[in-house]
Design a protein around this ligand. Structure first.
Ligand code: GDR
Length: 302
């Protein structure tokens, strides 16, 4: 957004220690406003103060396993939080365009393969259920109040900025540490589940394209290819010339009460209408992430 000369505002929750690490390169170029998805007044005030043209809601409790430990809180953030933003838009800035980060986790136990915009939802976690709510409330505000509100159904999108608890980053971070002899093994859960893995910066372009149209419409964004966690691990270890089988151990702690076994996108509508297509495949993605972690691990002593 900065390279497109937007004035960028971010909403953040105050914490006692700074957690701007992932935005340290741009924190001086954006304006941060305090707000919280649980606090209606803070959202209405932020939108009233900023008067934004475009609003991207990428905020959520987004880690699937935590949604079983904190299902109610996940619903508050990931489901009702969307309604709070939409209410704020309806009251103080109805002309703003709104993007909601929907998720392939809404397809869950997929009813059709590959999944497109018309595939029925069958979520398999409190997180997936909350995202379905966020999706439908967005559609409803569009149809009830004529707000330009759209939802991007994004399949897994990864980058070196991914949190360490998510599978791809956990793997790439461990690969770098094993290569540098800082770690010996990597404990994972289910290696057989398949995901449509893409590179996050390309997916952000799709979000932006969705808001540049004159007609609001929801899109599925993914690569159209699927690979197991095991295949991703194989690709990541191969970047540094190691055989994944020698380092990975299965730990039941990382298994989920219900799993999403197989997801793959049909992104043809995004291709046809937005002119969007992914450029980075899962092998290249693994390479980008492993190289970034190698650099970070070489610099850090821990
Ligand atoms: P996901 O991402 O649940 O698809 O949701 P995640 O990387 O957490 O899991 C992907 C698959 O890997 C398996 N797995 C493990 N996962 C984690 N986190 N840690 C492990 O040790 C491990 N071992 C195996 C999982 O069982 C699963 O099958 C992500 C999130 O970003 C969501 O917020 C987003 O909506 C979707 O992608 C699209």
């Amino acid at each position: 957004m900065l390279t497109k000369n937007y004035d960028v505002y971010g909403v953040n929750r105050r914490t006692s220690t700074s957690n701007y690490d992932r935005i340290k390169d741009i924190v001086d170029k954006i304006t941060l406003v305090q707000g919280d998805l649980l606090d209606q007044h803070s959202l209405t005030s932020a939108i009233h103060e900023i008067q934004p043209d475009e609003i991207y809601n990428l905020a959520a409790q987004s880690f699937v396993p935590t949604s079983w430990n904190q299902p109610v809180l996940t619903g508050e953030f990931t489901a009702l939080g969307v309604t709070r933003i939409l209410e704020a838009i309806r009251l103080v800035r109805p002309e703003a365009k709104f993007y909601q980060a929907s998720s392939s986790e809404m397809f869950g136990k997929a009813q059709k393969t590959p999944q497109d915009e018309k595939t029925p939802f069958y979520p398999r976690s409190p997180y997936g259920v909350a995202k379905v709510y966020g999706h439908w409330i967005t559609v409803n505000y569009r149809e009830s109040y004529n707000i330009f509100a759209v939802s991007g159904i994004l399949f897994n999108h990864e980058s070196p900025r991914r949190g360490l608890e998510f599978s791809t980053r956990k793997i790439c971070h461990a690969v770098a540490r094993i290569k540098l002899k800082k770690q010996k093994t990597l404990k994972l859960g289910n290696l057989k589940s398949k995901r449509d893995w893409g590179y996050a910066p390309e997916y952000v372009e799709a979000m932006w394209l969705m808001l540049q149209r004159s007609k609001p419409q929801d899109f599925v964004i993914g690569t159209g290819e699927t690979h197991s966690v095991e295949e991703f691990a194989e690709a990541a270890f191969a970047v540094v010339g190691l055989d994944w089988r020698k380092y990975i151990e299965i730990d039941k702690k990382f298994l989920r009460p219900a799993e999403v076994d197989y997801l793959v996108a049909d992104p043809s509508e995004a291709r046809r209408i937005l002119g969007w297509k992914h450029r980075t495949d899962y092998r290249k993605l693994a390479e980008i992430m492993v190289l970034a972690d190698l650099e970070r691990e070489r610099e850090s002593r821990g």
